[in-house]
Design a protein around this ligand. Structure first.
Ligand code: S3P
Length: 428
């Protein structure tokens, strides 16, 4: 599917975004290894989370999907059974990495694979520390990439410092730690999203924080519970950016997860001069939630680096798009992780914003965007990367003339209906 984006006038109105992708994945995974039913509402029915459901069904878990309501009939920590076929995680790194932690401790062998993008993404970062816990994970390739075979073993706790800030690796180790002998201690170089810790504690586990170290005690059992998934701030990010750069706009995004490990986008846009207010703040199932009110703003360039990077890692493509409309230079550094996402997002965003007339200079660990240069419509690629497609669409709203984005079906990975949602706010 190709999308055609015309320049926008004002964007006005109220909107909700689909459920949080990270929390949706975890609700199915943890619900499956909890005892009893977990009733999930607001589940993201994007392709990535449907891949997680499919994998757990193949591991013997009964899961019912009714729109965005999902019921997982969990069988407890030891209730998974050997799959009859290879598990397919599709495009989802979260599914593959988090499941590696669980599958490493099962009394059976599992083979996992995914699409061509996932088969290029590094899995050594989970296989090595899980190996230290006693796991046996092998790759069919020279590099540690999918397809992977995981032969379940009895695991033991480790004390491990992550070399890269990664919530996926941290979560895989936490999940393995539930099954291990003794305590598992994980130290992060920078704080990353803590949805796994929050949800596990909500379901009865004992996950504590000692400074930068997460301490996991083996769990006797988790208990299934109702889980309400808030809207995904990573999906709200496109509307935040779009409202900021469009003239005379005001958009209220309701019911968005605002866990402080995810709100780097709000901090960064505020530092750029963005008019953003959080209202109706509350806590739902242990997760902070709010409504986000955004108004058109005159943005200026900033430097974004260091500890904030993991808190906005998935939003850097759309920050880059908005930075084209800021005055002055925006520098993004310490974000080399972007090179191993669904696409190399430094390269792909520099290329696509470049096609629209922007000057984006790639660096090893980020990019420099020279703001204030008018953009023009172009024919752009998505690289089958959902966040690239959605970010290019935001950049196109402020460009002169029409932009075509090729192969946009990939938005269904995290945000089915994205283009209609964007159109619904236009007042032109
Ligand atoms: C995710 C963690 C992040 C993020 C990804 C989802 C998660 O990846 O980019 O989209 O749900 O834990 P890393 O942990 O690899 O940085």
């Amino acid at each position: 599917m190709n999308a055609v984006i015309k320049p926008s006038g004002k964007l006005r109105g109220e909107i909700t975004v689909p459920g949080d992708k990270s929390i949706s994945h975890r609700s199915v995974m943890l619900g499956s290894i909890a005892k009893g039913d977990t009733k999930i509402s607001g589940f993201l029915t994007g392709e990535d989370c449907l891949s997680t459901i499919d994998c757990f069904k193949k591991l013997g878990i009964d899961i019912e999907v009714n729109g965005t309501d999902v019921t997982v009939h969990g069988k407890g920590l030891k209730g998974l059974s050997a799959p009859a076929e290879t598990l397919d995680v599709g495009n989802s790194g979260t599914t593959l990495r988090l499941m590696s932690g669980i599958l490493s401790a099962q009394p059976f062998t599992t083979r996992l694979t995914g699409d061509s993008s996932i088969q290029k993404r590094p899995m050594g970062r989970v296989a090595s520390p899980l190996g230290l816990m006693g796991a046996k994970i092998t790759s069919e390739n020279e590099k540690m990439t999918a397809p992977l075979t995981i032969e379940g073993q009895s695991l033991h706790g480790i004390d491990y410092t992550l070399p890269v800030a990664s919530a996926q690796v941290k979560s895989a180790l936490i999940l393995a730690g539930l099954y291990a002998d003794g305590e598992t201690r994980i130290t992060e170089p920078e704080a990353t999203r803590d949805h796994t810790e929050i949800m596990l504690n909500y379901l009865g586990a004992d996950i504590r924080k000692e400074g930068d170290t997460i301490v996991v005690r083996p769990a006797a059992e988790l208990t299934g519970k109702d889980i309400t998934v808030p809207g995904d701030i990573s999906s709200a990010a496109y509307f935040i950016a779009a409202a900021l750069i469009s003239k005379d706009s005001e958009v209220l995004i309701k019911n968005v997860g605002v866990n402080p490990t995810r709100t780097g986008i709000i901090t960064a846009f505020k530092a750029m001069g963005g008019n953003i207010e959080l209202t109706n703040e509350r806590t739902v199932c242990g997760e902070p939630v709010a409504d986000i009110l955004v108004r058109s703003s005159r943005l200026h360039g900033v430097v974004i680096k260091g500890a904030i990077i993991p808190k906005l890692i998935d939003e850097i493509p759309v920050i880059a798009a908005a930075a084209c409309y800021a005055s002055g230079e925006t520098v993004i550094a310490d974000a080399a992780e972007l090179r191993v996402k669904e696409s190399d997002r430094i390269k792909t965003m520099a290329a696509e914003l470049g096609r629209m007339g922007a000057t984006v200079i790639q660096t090893d660990d980020g990019m420099i965007i020279l703001g204030g240069i008018p953009l023009h419509g172009a024919v752009c690629e998505s690289y089958n990367d959902h966040r690239v497609a959605m970010s290019v669409a935001v950049a196109a709203l402020g460009a002169k003339g029409e932009t075509q984005i090729k192969d946009c079906g990939c938005v269904d990975i995290s945000f089915p209906g994205y283009f209609d949602a964007l159109m619904s706010l236009r007042e032109d």
